[in-house]
Design a protein around this ligand. Structure first.
Ligand SMILES: Nc1nc2c(c(=O)[nH]1)N[C@H]1C(S)=C(S)[C@@H](COP(=O)(O)O)O[C@H]1N2
Ligand SMILES: [Mo]
Length: 326
């Protein structure tokens, strides 16, 4: 992976955004318009009982990606274009329609935003996201994101290692897992009014997974702050696991002794396990995980063990049967 410290050199994004990003964005807009993909966004009305929030396409169009340190990941895979990252999303608190999330989540109130960090720790605390950004330097991390549904992207995140926050709160010797919770606010998140899932969204990591340097709390992407559809103002990113582990819009982090039950484990225990490591040789009960569709590419590519991060993380699972611990 590419780990780059932020330079501190702030150049207006318009001056340094590589030309291919502008080009790919225009292509995307044309393609999306042709497919009617953005129709829902363009048609949305503010407030009331309108099914979509505010985010007329004109507003989204005004967003330019900021500065990015490289055009590809460490494997040479090109970054997915900004537009696809902010208009093709899974965020079931709003809708299960991937292209509808951006519009429906646009009004989410993301500031101020507090995260409670507690449980089995010596120094529990409540942190505002702005406090976290003062405490920890943001770094750019270019990671592949592999959804369990077999599509993938390459995303230039901004964030800081989760380990820095955990070290600060000092887990006690009884802490073995970390449990994360998304905001529960059905007034703002219409998907939570449906009883299909057990809200709030919950995820978990083993403590050593949480402490791994690849595991970050992300506050931005493409050099700018996260938009609601990507989990603003702060979300987890664990690049060697299926995308659903990377829980969005976090309000609570708790150190616990027992393995947490995630929303997906509760919903379909035979389909989604606790570990959810990307593994091409273990199929989902309803589809193969051998290959994936990289958003923006034609055709499919092979899925890599641990999403290409095997060298960095395989040791965490050395004594485990990865078929049983799926
Ligand atoms: N709270 C919450 N977090 C979530 C989800 C969700 O529905 N709710 N979807 C997950 C899934 S399935 C994926 S693939 C990623 C997608 O992240 P992105 O939309 O930023 O690409 O977010 C994950 N985090
Ligand atoms: Mo996903």
């Amino acid at each position: 992976m590419l780990i780059k410290k932020k330079s501190g050199l702030e150049i207006p994004s318009s001056e340094i955004t590589p030309e291919h990003l502008y080009r790919s964005r225009r292509q995307f807009m044309k393609g999306a318009a042709a497919l009617g993909l953005l129709a829902g966004l363009a048609a949305c009305r503010p407030g009331g009982n309108a099914p979509r929030g505010r985010a007329p396409v004109a507003d989204l169009e005004a967003i330019e990606p900021g500065s990015v340190g490289a055009a590809s990941d460490e494997l040479g895979d090109e970054l997915t274009n900004f537009w696809e990252i902010i208009t093709y999303n899974n965020f079931y608190e709003f809708t299960t329609d991937k292209t509808g999330v951006a519009g429906m989540s646009a009004a989410l109130q993301t500031s101020p935003w507090e995260i409670e960090v507690g449980g089995l720790v010596n120094n529990p605390g409540v942190y505002d996201v702005d406090d976290l950004l003062r405490l920890f330097d943001e770094e750019e991390r270019i990671y592949r994101l592999r959804c369990v549904e077999a599509w993938s992207m390459v995303i230039p995140w901004l964030g800081f290692p989760l380990s820095k926050l955990l070290e600060r709160v000092e887990p006690t010797s009884a802490a073995r897992y970390v449990r994360f919770e998304t905001l529960y606010d059905a007034a703002q998140m219409p998907g939570q009014r449906r009883g299909t899932y057990e809200w709030p969204y919950v995820e978990g990591l083993r403590l050593d997974e949480a402490m791994h340097d690849l595991t970050i709390l992300s506050t931005g992407l493409y050099g700018r702050s996260l938009l609601p559809q990507n989990g603003a103002p702060i979300r987890l990113v664990v690049p060697w696991k299926y995308g659903f582990k990377s829980i969005k819009s976090i309000v609570k982090i708790e150190l616990v002794a027992e393995q947490p039950t995630s929303l997906w484990m509760a919903a379909a225990p035979h389909e989604y396990g606790f570990y959810a490591n990307v593994n091409p040789s273990v199929s989902h009960p309803r589809w193969s995980q051998r290959s994936e569709r990289r958003i923006g590419e034609l055709g499919r590519r092979d899925t890599l063990m641990f999403n290409g991060y095997e060298e960095q993380v395989a040791h965490l699972y050395a004594d485990m049967d990865l078929r049983e611990n799926f």
